[in-house]
Design a protein around this ligand. Structure first.
Ligand SMILES: CCCN1C[C@@H](O)[C@H](O)[C@@H](C(=O)O)C1
Length: 600
């Protein structure tokens, strides 16, 4: 169990949450001298740095844009005397990839993993009624013992360089919002909800975890703020007659209000929106509230000009508007858990999410996208680093499921993206991961992972772990592209018939298929990288998908163009977007809109 509460900050009569986003102080530390020079107390000669944001794209030099190593942030916050009898925490939505958090010069916590919250209890270090200094020592180096996997090179001038085993830029920094939180000494630390549907009625089973022994109450209010249920006890079940169900494209959110009481005196209160719905795999169907749903949408990235992987409400709003316009109903948080606000908004808008842990790059290839399908095996799971990697993987899975388990939008957990899955060692490794994940989700949602082309049905050792199978396939792009599209179709059909012949009777979802396409390129007849080719490629894929009833979803790669490490196969980033990086549609967006609206 985690030794901190991941509950999203809220303010009420018992708690306060102060947002600390804004301009912080910042400094690179390439010589790693900060600690011995006392930077944990104060940064010398700092520059300014927006939070939340990646630091890379603000700069005009390559050394700063591509910086790899230690770096520091600092901010000052007044802590009111009224908080003196409370617990005080500082909560980062994430710090990429690892961090130590200091309060007035004292180390309060460390955290490994750049895509889940970092929470530090600072009660014993803050000065109430005074200005306090918070400092973060961070690092963005990649290795094979932490997620996502990669390596760190050292250039001839001594600078470190990230060598990702994945196809997205190693953006880093304090990329999500930061809060200063005060809450009672005895507080609500976590809660979970599970649902049962009985005709028009629903049963909400709840469990509340606190750090004390006082009585706990649970109430539910509908969207008209009318109380529809009330119960006492740390766990219980409440019946909701004629419940309003949460559904795809038709969200309905109740407000759950949890309180700790000392007799009539309120000790703590925490409230959160919940959506009553069930998720189930039934044969080849993915069922929401007992009804089959075909997933239409995208693999995405948290990525935008200038702010890199930084969270921004405006980008979130535009992305959801584009996804609604095109007729999508689902996205995968490729290749890492996104900022919580994405799930909150998906809850509001009735979108489905496949929530993915940052287990990407587990095949030791910077260009796995090119090596996939070449039979290039690197025996990734036979190396001495695997035990530590497994620890980091299990920690990330736990933090992701604990953080996201109450979102109705989350319908499945993706526990990897394109690892090697053809060895006994990979089977043992992922069996451990899947078993751990299953024990963590009170709602028992489906578990899956995204397989690349080497994971062929006759040699893959891990598809058997999945409740539904996600395939990333590029027939017509990395395999038999351009003039060979007709052969790509044949090869694709051969593979899909091999999967069909296994009679697995479970759903398959395509979580990646796509082509790099320059928004300015038109060519008649088509040529790879032209918009015409992207459309021809998509049409071929759809013709294959429509031949197999067990294919229950198509999530195109990618929603939008995004930044990657530079290289001969990337034109200022990955151009497989259906929208360009500014979220303007390529011609394929209209092809998808037409298809997806017809699938409704
Ligand atoms: C086998 C393909 C893996 N896939 C991973 C994803 O992160 C890349 O961006 C994508 C691509 O090449 O566009 C390929």
């Amino acid at each position: 169990m985690l030794n901190f509460s991941e509950l999203y900050p809220c303010s009420n009569q018992a708690r306060m949450a102060q947002l600390l986003d804004g301009m912080w102080k910042f400094r690179f530390d390439p010589e790693e001298k900060g600690l011995q020079e006392g930077w944990q107390h104060k940064l010398p000669d700092p520059i300014s740095m927006p939070v939340p944001a990646s630091f890379s794209d603000f700069f005009t030099t390559k050394e700063e844009r591509d910086y790899c190593g230690d770096f520091w942030y600092e901010t000052e916050v007044f802590v009111p005397r009224e908080w003196e009898k409370q617990e005080v925490e500082i909560r980062f939505g994430s710090i990429t990839h690892r961090a130590g958090v200091y309060c007035n010069g004292s180390l309060t916590t460390t955290h490994e993993g750049g895509f889940l919250p970092v929470i530090a209890r600072v009660t014993d270090h803050v000065k109430f009624g005074e200005v306090n200094t918070f400092i973060v020592k961070a690092n963005n180096e990649l290795n094979e013992e932490s997620l996502p996997c990669g390596a760190t090179a050292v250039l001839s001038d001594g600078r470190k360089l990230a060598r990702p085993y994945f196809d997205f830029f190693n953006y880093s920094g304090i990329q999500r919002s930061v809060w200063l939180v005060s809450k009672p000494i005895e507080s609500i630390e976590d809660y979970s909800v599970e649902y049962e549907l009985n005709g028009e009625d629903a049963v909400v089973h709840y469990e509340i975890r606190t750090n004390g022994n006082h009585e706990v109450s649970f109430e539910l209010f509908d969207e008209e703020k009318q109380q529809v249920a009330k119960c006492t006890g740390r766990q219980g079940s409440v019946i909701i007659p004629k419940a309003h169900l949460w559904n795809v494209g038709k969200a309905y959110l109740y407000q759950a209000v949890m309180r700790i009481w000392n007799g009539e005196t309120l000790i703590d209160e925490y409230s959160s929106k919940i959506g009553i719905r069930t998720v189930k795999i039934e044969g080849i169907e993915i069922q929401i509230n007992g009804k089959a749903v075909y997933l239409k949408g995208f693999g995405k990235h948290e990525d935008f000009e200038v702010i890199g992987r930084g969270f921004n409400w405006g980008v979130l709003k535009r992305d959801f508007e584009c996804m609604k316009w095109i007729g999508a109903n689902c996205f995968r948080t490729s290749h890492y858990p996104y900022a919580e606000e994405w799930y909150q908004f998906a809850d509001e808008e009735g979108f489905l999410i496949i929530d993915e842990v940052p287990a990407v790059g587990m095949m030791r290839s910077t260009r796995n996208f090119a090596d996939a399908g070449t039979g290039k095996f690197t025996r990734f799971f036979e190396t001495p680093t695997v035990p530590n990697l497994l620890k980091a993987h299990l920690q990330a899975v736990e933090e992701m499921i604990v953080r996201d388990k109450n979102h109705p939008s989350v319908i499945a957990w993706s526990l990897f993206n394109e690892p090697e899955t053809t060895s006994e060692q990979s089977k043992d490794y992922f069996t451990t991961v899947f078993n751990a994940a299953r024990a963590l989700d009170p709602q028992k949602r489906p578990m899956t992972g995204a397989f690349e082309k080497n994971s062929q049905p006759e040699i893959c050792q891990c598809y058997q772990l999945c409740d539904f199978i996600c395939l990333n396939r590029y027939y017509g792009w990395y395999i038999k592209g351009g003039p060979e599209l007709v052969d790509a179709r044949e090869a694709f059909l051969i593979e899909m018939n091999k999967w069909k012949d296994k009679n697995l009777n479970i759903p398959f979802v395509f979580t990646e298929f796509g082509t790099d396409t320059l928004a300015a390129e038109h060519k008649l007849p088509s040529i790879m990288w032209s918009q015409e080719y992207q459309n021809e490629y998509l049409d071929m894929n759809f013709e294959i998908f429509d031949q197999f009833d067990f294919i229950q979803g198509e999530l195109v790669w990618n929603f939008a163009d995004f930044q990657t490490t530079e290289g001969i196969m990337r034109v200022n980033g990955n151009k497989k977007g259906i929208f360009n990086r500014a979220r303007q549609p390529k011609s394929a967006a209209f092809v998808l809109k037409k298809r997806w609206e017809s699938l409704d």
